[in-house]
Design a protein. Sequence first.
Length: 141
Amino acid sequence: MTAQYVEVMSVRVDAGSRTLYVDLKQNADGSRFVSISEVRRDADARSRILIDEEYLPDLFRALNAVLEFLSPKGQRKAYTVEEKRRTHSHAYEPWSDEEERRLQAECARGLNITQLAQSHGRTVTAIRARLELLALRANST
């Protein structure tokens, strides 16, 4: 009997008295799935779950939520990027050359940091950091 799938890759995780195998496999039709197997060292028992590729993003979101819940409170962010972008539309976006030129011009016109932050859809902290990087000073008012 021929295998109906090929193993693309495998990762082994030693977990105490158990070993986990996370395998990416591909069916003959090209579809892929992940197989997570648990082997207990003290028994012949083996558990396995199969997850089709299309459900992996949902699984990763769920695992990330669990990891976030388990992380020490001091390491958790008080906000998400999406939440920050509700009040600062360009938060965490890379700065373009054009935006830096606009920042320099507005700074030369005398806009203060709060006005610059509003103009660029960024936080005051982001504006201060970019001004420092560009060796510029803005009005403090």
